[in-house]
Design a protein around this ligand. Structure first.
Ligand SMILES: [Zn+2]
Length: 67
């Protein structure tokens, strides 16, 4: 994967694959820059738990963006 060492565009945290995948899924499918989960939660004005739950749901549904 070329996703290694991608960083959150807001706080510069190194992102894990799920964080990139959920950003693509929820925000912008063609994104080249991403947010980490804490920053994404702030962006959506929701809790991080909501985002973790959404990742889990999408993975359970077999979404190809999630490993
Ligand atoms: Zn961040």
């Amino acid at each position: 994967m070329t996703d290694i060492n991608k960083r959150c565009k807001k706080c510069d945290k190194v992102l894990v694959r799920d964080e990139i995948a959920i950003y693509l899924k929820l925000v912008n499918r063609g994104a080249k820059e991403y947010l980490c989960i804490p920053c994404l939660a702030e962006y959506f004005k929701c809790s991080e738990d909501v985002i973790h739950e959404r990742i889990k749901q999408l993975r359970d549904m077999g979404c190809t963006l999630f490993s």
